[in-house]
Write a protein that binds this ligand. Sequence first.
Ligand SMILES: NC(=O)c1ccc[n+]([C@@H]2O[C@H](COP(=O)([O-])OP(=O)(O)OC[C@H]3O[C@@H](n4cnc5c(N)ncnc54)[C@H](OP(=O)(O)O)[C@@H]3O)[C@@H](O)[C@H]2O)c1
Length: 331
Amino acid sequence: MELLVLGGTAFLGREIAAQAAGRGWSVTCAARGRSGSFPDDVRSVVLDRDADDGLAPLTDRAWDAVIDLARQPGQVRRAVRELTTRHWVFVSTANVYADQATRGQDESGPLLPPLDAETMTEPVQYGPAKVACENLVRDTASWMIARAGLIVGPGDSSSRLGYWPWRFAHDRTASVLIPADPDQPVQLIDVRDLAGWLLDCAEGAVRGAFNACGSPTTLGEVLDAARSVAGHRRRVLAADRDWLIEHRVNPWMGPRSLPLWLGGDHALWGFQDHRNDRALASGLRLRPLADTLTDTLAWETGRDEPRAAGLDDADHDELVQALSADIAARP
Ligand SMILES: NC(=O)c1ccc[n+]([C@@H]2O[C@H](COP(=O)([O-])OP(=O)(O)OC[C@H]3O[C@@H](n4cnc5c(N)ncnc54)[C@H](OP(=O)(O)O)[C@@H]3O)[C@@H](O)[C@H]2O)c1
């Protein structure tokens, strides 16, 4: 297989390229090299897809498959116009769906209106930009669109999952603060499972749009599993939505957050609960959550950088003290 990865320097693209090289494929990765390094054993081409002639170094051959990780419609427009391939695989997102409330939607769910610009400039345009990218890929002769759910696993510098096993393994206060929202849906896909399946689909020229999501679970199950792999036996302090909002704790991701928590907003529950039957029927294999958590904890434990998500130790300790005092003061 002659595979071109448009990307390859960040979390998913790097895993795709590394696995493809491990299969003995001839792999070319094209990126600026700003997000990270290219994996070993691939041909790396440093280029800027925002430049009009940026793809020129890639136009001298026909690829068996191209896997594109872009989020800018202008980049995808140039790629489908200028590159020659037997099959396109476009990595999209579950953020393309217009309805984030309804649970159990399949690939026929209504999409957001496409971004009417070549470049998205604000995070809120991410879903519309990906819809515009999907539409460009649909105009090719042979395409697959993989709408990924939350991608997790070793190497995920967003730490949306990784915060939890790390926090349970590094409990300094004899209590870990969690959101009191155990029934909230959560849907995770291990980067290694997603990458392997995308390569199978590239090789088999699988066609159509797929929800590339893990199987639905709940926040309660994920936190229990994170606690179990970390060997945590001490106290868990569950804070309700109003208390967390009052204490300026953010949902989902980023600083001073309880990652994966949707802020108690049921209107977002569908975002973490999509049907994945079509992907499973086409060969997607999902490893057990405990395996992902164990490997993610090992990766998180080995890093020096501050985590991009969760509560730092000072905030965590302060919040645990505040909630413990509030509970003690209750009649
Ligand atoms: N993370 C999640 O949970 C999640 C969930 C759903 C869907 N997704 C989708 O999954 C994919 C994740 O990809 P990823 O993890 O590899 O990270 P990414 O940051 O989305 O990858 C973007 C890649 O494109 C390259 N790139 C960006 N601008 C470029 C330019 N002007 N010219 C050339 N290359 C450029 C980047 O490399 P350089 O910066 O080195 O150029 C990088 O390798 C994305 O398509 C994302 O939308 C992610």
